[in-house]
Design a protein around this ligand. Structure first.
Ligand SMILES: [Zn+2]
Length: 251
């Protein structure tokens, strides 16, 4: 299984190793008190992702993400998260899309715990890809209050349709695009909410989670690890009027 995963994602490492590596980085290299680190995720809500996040070692994750991993919690969610960081602590946000792999090496599918058959992973991204691939009609994701996240996900990916469909492996490509979109959205949200953060440092960790069969560990290919000094971001950030509202201050 590892061979198949590394063929597609050469820098992927087992989830547990990634967890240990980056928690050690935070504690040893950056002198974080892990008890005062407030952990947030922007990951797909798929139950399979619990196996590779940092919940085992860092309590109280703030869930920013939803279908596909986009940070749907938005300004309101980021402000609330920023306010909840323990005094003297740090922010740590782990984000990215996920993609399944079968024992035959096929991407976009996986065998889940307790099942014999295969299902899509990420189901939301594969559904979006299926709709983007339609040739019988031009698919336009319209707002549906009862399928809000999927609609937003498809609308966000729509500008990348040609890039995705003309790639050698559109399943892999839509996941790459999702990674970039998630990262871009998190930066955008952070820049506009940073004055509300009750800390001096925000650590970002981004990657692609590769879901394997239940007998094997999941892997993560880390793409970004960075430390943002809150003060330096504050000085370059122009604040949006919405955040001066007292209701936001009290989140
Ligand atoms: Zn998913």
């Amino acid at each position: 299984m590892e061979k198949l995963i590394l063929k597609e994602y050469p820098n992927a490492r087992p989830g547990e190793e990634v967890t240990d590596t980056y928690l050690n980085f935070l504690a040893d290299n950056h002198h974080c008190d892990l008890k005062k680190v407030l952990f947030a995720t922007s990951l797909c809500c798929d139950d399979i992702n619990v196996s590779t996040d940092f919940r085992r070692v860092l309590a109280r994750p703030f869930n920013l993400g939803g279908l596909g991993g986009l940070p749907y919690a938005g300004f309101t969610g980021l402000v609330a998260y920023g306010h909840h960081i323990p005094d003297g602590g740090d922010a740590f946000i782990f984000y990215g899309p996920h993609i399944g792999i079968t024992e035959e090496g096929e991407l976009g599918k996986m065998r889940r715990p307790g099942q014999k058959g295969l299902t899509n992973s990420c189901g939301a991204l594969m559904l979006a890809l299926d709709r983007l691939t339609r040739t019988d009609e031009v698919y336009i994701p319209v707002g549906d209050e009862y399928d809000h996240q999927q609609t937003v996900l498809e609308r966000t990916l729509m500008p990348f349709k040609q890039q995705i469909l003309s790639a050698e492996n559109p399943v892999k490509e839509i996941t790459e695009v999702a990674y970039l979109v998630i990262e871009r959205q998190i930066r955008y949200l952070l820049e506009r909410t940073i004055t509300e953060f009750n800390c001096e440092r925000v650590f970002l960790l981004g990657g692609v989670i590769v879901n394997s069969s239940p007998e094997y560990p999941d892997y993560v290919e880390i793409r970004n690890f960075e430390k943002i000094e809150v003060e330096s971001m504050r000085t370059v950030t122009s604040q949006t009027a919405i955040l001066s509202n007292q209701a936001f201050k009290n989140l």
